[in-house]
Ligand binder design. Structure first.
Ligand code: C5P
Length: 403
């Protein structure tokens, strides 16, 4: 494959050399495009020696004035990987500020683009960086999430460019899903598109308060990773959670309320082959959200009128076509036998193909913890109980048995 590797001005540029070696060793051709600032961190001589190709940096070759065609590069490439990507380059990419060869190449790119951010923790967390990354996601670019750890600034936090091994794996998982490194059955879900809801919803009472629940989204995010690892494209609709996605085939839509989750699910489900409804959606929301913060002094007691939220699972169950599969979850406070009974009832009412039942009575199951203990009930009445295990292991089993 032909890979355009974009390098921008970050200390993590030294890791690009290892990444090049990995692509070259795996038999791929690499063409480096580097920004002027990138050259301050790693020399073109090193890069051209590793790639056996002259490095492209300027619009024109200084030697003979010949034009470097970013359009031709855009057509030559099977993928563009920008690693490291600084906050500045990400902003330019998001807004089309084509003032260097790397950005013009990005704008001309026909192939999938992977962006591996590298910056200080505060720069990464800044709303403008996050908004720009979301902008890139909306263009269909894959973001290789940075890791958390020791940064060049001697601070510790999220912003450290992902290691070359992991960037290589994520790129290859997309380009060659049938050979993906951590598939339990290689590429079994290639061609499938799976909608997953995850996390809680927050229902506003006033601009400062909400009604919520204890869901952290861990199970839903683990399901998204497991489905993507087997080759599926994942549409993850996440309520307010403090989690990030790793796999580049997961496209994330963030929502806050049940109504927003319902709108996103109804919009995305028709283009999906499967749906897994793992979110702990609030059943009710305040009939009205106050415009200003409700003052304690004004009333000794308060009564909130709640109205029912849409049941997303049931709504998708109604529009589900023959080829589509729907998996729901039922978290119960009853003991196992009774919990299963409630689960079966939900499966029928919501027109699901499977329901994954878990009980808060079981130690190690439910909200917040890293483990879960579930029973999968299918529409034909079969029950499969899985042992208590890590949520990522449980997720792999659910994906394997239900999709
Ligand atoms: O709340 P309940 O126990 O009925 O949830 C069972 C299933 O329905 C879960 O899969 C949950 O994600 C889904 N659900 C939903 N929308 C709701 C309530 C529940 O999608 N408003």
């Amino acid at each position: 494959m032909n890979i355009v590797l974009g390098i921008t001005g970050s200390i993590a540029a030294y890791k690009a050399c290892t990444l090049i070696r990995q692509f070259v060793k795996a038999g791929h051709e690499v063409q480096v495009v580097i920004t002027p600032a990138g050259k301050e961190f790693v020399t073109p001589i090193t890069l051209s020696a590793l790639t056996s190709k002259p490095v492209v940096s300027e619009f024109f070759a200084q030697r003979d004035g010949s034009w470097h065609s970013h359009v031709a590069l855009g057509q030559w490439a099977d993928a563009m990987v920008i690693a490291p990507a600084t906050a500045s380059s990400i902003a330019k990419m998001a807004h089309g500020v084509a003032d260097n060869m790397l950005i013009t190449t990005y704008l001309s790119m026909k192939a999938p683009v992977f962006v591996a951010p590298a910056m200080d923790l505060d720069m990464y967390a800044h709303p403008t960086t996050q908004a720009n990354l979301n902008q890139l996601r909306s263009y269909g670019n894959y973001i290789v999430e940075p890791g958390t750890g020791f940064l060049a600034s001697h601070l510790e936090g999220k912003g450290r460019m992902e290691e070359p091994d992991e960037i290589f794996r994520q790129v290859m998982d997309v380009l060659q899903p049938e050979g993906c490194s951590n598939c339990s059955q290689e590429g079994r879900l290639v061609g499938r598109r799976v909608l997953i809801t995850a996390g809680p919803t927050h229902e506003s009472i006033d601009p400062a308060r909400y009604i919520g629940n204890h869901s952290t989204g861990k199970m839903g995010f683990a399901l998204a990773e497991a489905a993507a690892a087997e080759g599926a494209e994942v549409e993850l609709i996440a309520g307010p959670v403090a989690l990030s996605v790793k796999h580049p085939r997961i496209r994330r839509t963030d929502v806050v309320s049940a109504e927003q989750m319902h709108e996103a699910a109804m919009r995305l489900f028709p283009s999906c082959t499967d749906g897994i409804l793992c979110a702990a959606v609030a059943d009710y929301r305040p009939a009205q959200c106050a415009d200003v913060k409700i003052k304690r002094e004004t009333q000794a007691e308060m009564t909130l009128t709640l109205v029912q939220n849409p049941d997303i699972a049931a709504a998708l169950g109604q529009v589900k076509t023959d080829g589509q599969r729907l998996v729901g979850f039922a978290l119960e406070t009853a003991a196992s036998a009774e919990a299963l009974h409630y689960g079966e009832d939900k499966l029928r009412r919501k027109n699901l193909d499977y329901i994954v039942v878990n009980s808060l009575c079981d130690a190690g199951a439910g909200f917040g913890v890293d483990t879960n203990k579930v029973t999968i009930v299918s529409a034909n009445g079969q029950q499969q109980s899985l042992p208590l295990a890590d949520k990522s292991e449980v997720a792999r089993e659910i994906i394997r048995r239900c999709l």
